[in-house]
Write a protein that binds this ligand. Structure first.
Ligand SMILES: Cc1ncc(C[n+]2csc(CCO)c2C)c(N)n1
Length: 237
């Protein structure tokens, strides 16, 4: 069985858990507060900026020119998305390319970003790509799930989890090509390296759930500090 098939089988429970999460349900039913949406927006744009570094590492670690060109294409899309996103920022939360780098990174976002960045030092596409591809896969699948629900048709909820463009979908879309690369690289890897790649993918899926959870609860370092210093925190997670 190709490694990607094994990975996707094991990832299904994580997808279902995210589908059920009150943040995702809140998008479908348009019940999230503007504060919850704002928290998500701010943390996510900083998360996507971090992905620029991950994609650079993928270009660097590519084992073929075709891989490097594919990641380069994905990078161009990432930068275009970030530019358009920055242009859309509301007056209440203005960001540009420079201030983006100073966005405060809250606990779960930090955990997820560092989980991904930690794979860079392997210089291995098989180890770096699953950390990144998991988020893309999960969002594509959540997009399909949400599209099949009776979702409330009003902004900003309507555009949420609505994947822009066909670049990610189909046999020539990024997702399938990423899985093809994982399977190709797995052929020359040891069982241990294959297992590591799978666990990296699943950890990203888990952190996707926590990313929604953190936005739902608007969890900040300040909450962690309060809980630690005043001892009145109760369970944070
Ligand atoms: C927590 C979190 N995980 C993954 C992505 C990545 N992502 C999801 S959809 C998409 C393509 C553009 O619609 C990208 C890059 C994200 N943004 N936030």
């Amino acid at each position: 069985m190709p490694l990607s098939q094994d990975i996707l089988f094991e990832a299904q429970p994580y997808l279902i858990a995210s589908e059920k999460h009150p943040f995702v349900q809140g998008i479908i039913h348009a019940t999230l507060s503007s504060e919850q949406l704002r928290y998500y927006d701010e943390q996510d744009i900083a998360f996507e900026y971090n992905e620029v570094g991950i994609i650079n590492a993928l270009i660097n670690a590519s084992t073929t020119t075709e891989q490097a060109l594919l990641f380069h294409q994905r990078q161009a899309l990432q930068l275009t998305m970030l530019r358009d996103w920055l242009d859309r920022e509301p007056k209440s939360m203005p960001h540009n390319w420079e201030t983006l780098k100073q966005t405060p990174i809250q606990p779960i976002n930090q955990l997820y970003r560092q989980h991904m960045s930690a794979t860079i030092q392997t210089h291995s596409v098989l180890q770096i790509l699953p950390s990144f591809a998991a988020g893309e896969w999960l969002y594509i699948e959540l997009g399909k799930f949400v599209a099949g629900q009776a979702r409330v048709d009003k902004e900003p909820f309507r555009s949420f989890l609505t994947m822009g463009g066909d670049a990610f979908l189909g046999p020539n879309g990024f997702i399938q090509q990423f899985f093809n690369i994982i399977d190709h690289e797995a052929q020359s890897a040891t069982p241990r390296e294959q297992e590591q790649a799978k666990q990296t993918f699943l950890k990203s899926c888990l952190l996707e759930w926590y990313f929604f959870d953190a936005a739902y609860k608007q969890l900040t370092w300040n909450d962690w500090q309060q809980a630690a210093l005043k001892g009145d925190g109760g369970p944070l997670l």
